[in-house]
Design a protein around this ligand. Structure first.
Ligand SMILES: [Zn+2]
Length: 490
């Protein structure tokens, strides 16, 4: 099945036809480095990370460019408030961003350009627009004249006349038209600046993406992505700048991920409900947050809440329990000879192949991670069945099937960026997070488990049972295997 993707530009699901066969250029708008990343940034990062991973898994040679905006009014404000250089602010928040992305297992894009390192490219692009009469300079500022670009509004489906009618009279009286947007800003006293043909100043926000995508991906590239909130004006302005300069389309496919709501409300500073990634991953294992994002189709809105995260944690634990069982069984069977599969056992091998194909096809169909996860959960149930239902299955057959299951799971995990931990390591981290959240003493719990083991060795079943019950009263569930006991906080 060829790769399909929903194109915001045409409002249709289309077949991906890269400019160069087998090669995909993708540009996604990154963060403005003035504050910590929140759950909305996590979503965009995870969504396009899966696009990147799936296209690579399907054999495409992908160049993924994601920028850092490291010069902007908000950065300057923050630097002024703290009385430091803007570089101090941007370095700090880019570092935090990188740590958050690593925790969420987001792959580093191929290129991560920064605006301040591309001043020459931006100035050259603005000059081209000025030479063509599409941009005009007024007293050190440069604006894009939207009425010189009749296709303006094409991505968001807005018409220039309607926008004109609805436009407020702008306080900036330097603009010829209230819809014109800034390409270059004259710097005020004490602000950071770069030399330019229009004097000391800094770029407007939109121009960096036009300049950097062109530099790394060419005048026209395949996929441009970002959050839905960027369609207008940011992406519309990127298109206007680039296409007016080159006369060619900027990108062939435009992908946008939906909003993140918090407890069914819009996320906003005024509501005080912005959830930083750093805070969330103190409450939940980072894979829970990642899985939460993947449970919805990327174009649908998601509603972040504690209830939803608890449910996601349960789903992830179920998968890791299956993986743990698989690993333990495989280890026990390691020395067994491998039988040929008997006909009634073929069903498992066939089913795994089928789930693997369906998983790939769900992602081929506009990156439907929600559907793909359905097949992952089905595969986890299948592993449990092999271990619990198929008592009669020969050891060799079981091993063959479990090895195949391990391969399938490793593919699922690599493409979705989950199941990246050894189950024991995952459960250990999850226990510590939950214990911290509920004020439980891990050391005390483990001492009680040891005491219970001793009671069991001494055949003191009453004592052993009392300890189990006491732990259960704190939602601590023990799992006994032949040689050891693990635990989980429910
Ligand atoms: Zn951008």
């Amino acid at each position: 099945m060829p790769q399909k993707l929903f194109n915001t530009k045409t409002r249709k699901k289309e077949t991906l036809r890269p400019i160069k066969e087998g090669v995909v250029g993708m540009y996604v708008c990154g963060i403005t480095a003035y504050d910590v990343c929140h759950v909305g940034h996590a979503r965009a990062a995870v969504v396009f990370d899966v696009v990147f991973r799936h296209l690579k898994a399907r054999g495409y040679d992908v160049t993924y460019v994601k920028n850092f905006t490291d010069i902007d009014d908000k950065i300057i404000d923050r630097a002024n408030k703290e009385g430091v250089d803007i570089a101090r602010i941007t370095e700090r928040y880019i570092k935090i961003h990188d740590e958050d992305m690593a925790a969420l297992n987001v792959l580093t894009p191929t290129v991560t350009p920064r605006a301040t390192e591309h001043m020459t490219d931006m100035i050259a692009l603005i000059s081209t627009l000025e030479d063509k009469g599409i941009a005009y300079a007024v007293d050190g500022d440069v604006f894009f004249a939207v009425d010189k670009y009749p296709a303006y509004g094409g991505l968001s489906g807005r018409h220039l006349d309607d926008m004109m009618a609805g436009a407020r009279v702008d306080v900036n009286d330097k603009k010829r038209n209230p819809l014109d947007f800034v390409l270059w800003k004259k710097s005020k006293e004490g602000e950071p600046f770069w030399e330019s043909p229009w004097g000391k100043g800094r770029p407007g926000w939109h121009i960096e993406c036009s300049a950097m995508s062109r530099k790394y991906l060419g005048e026209t590239f395949d996929i441009h992505g970002g959050g839905e909130d960027l369609v207008f004006p940011h992406h519309e302005n990127e298109i206007a700048q680039s296409q007016a300069a080159t006369g060619k389309p900027l990108a062939n496919y435009w992908m946008h991920n939906g909003f993140v709501k918090i407890n069914a409300e819009k996320m906003s500073k005024s509501l005080g409900n912005i959830s930083p990634i750093r805070d969330i991953i103190k409450q939940y294992h980072p894979e829970v947050l990642r899985l939460f994002m993947l449970q919805s189709h990327y174009r649908s809105p998601v509603d972040y809440s504690d209830t939803a995260m608890k449910e996601t944690r349960t789903a992830l634990i179920r998968c890791y329990s299956a993986l743990q069982l698989m690993k333990e069984t495989q280890a026990k069977l390691v020395s067994q000879t491998i039988d040929r599969l008997h006909s009634d056992e073929h069903k498992y091998a066939d089913k795994l192949d089928e789930l693997n194909d369906k998983f790939n096809e769900a992602l081929d169909d506009d990156f439907n991670t929600a559907q793909a996860l359905g097949y992952v959960f089905e595969a986890a149930r299948l592993i449990n069945n092999i271990n619990t239902v198929e008592k009669k299955m020969s050891a060799g057959t079981k091993k063959t099937i479990l090895d195949a299951a391990a391969g399938v799971f490793s593919h699922f995990g690599d493409v979705l960026g989950i199941f990246q931990y050894d189950p024991d390591v995952f459960f250990h981290a999850d226990r510590n997070i939950e214990a911290g959240k509920r004020g439980l003493d891990v050391f005390r719990i483990e001492s009680m488990i040891l005491e219970r083991q001793k009671a069991r060795t001494d055949k003191d079943w009453n004592r052993s049972d009392d300890i189990r019950k006491e732990l259960a009263s704190q939602n601590i569930i023990l799992k006994d295997s032949a040689d050891h006991t693990t635990w989980l906080i429910e």
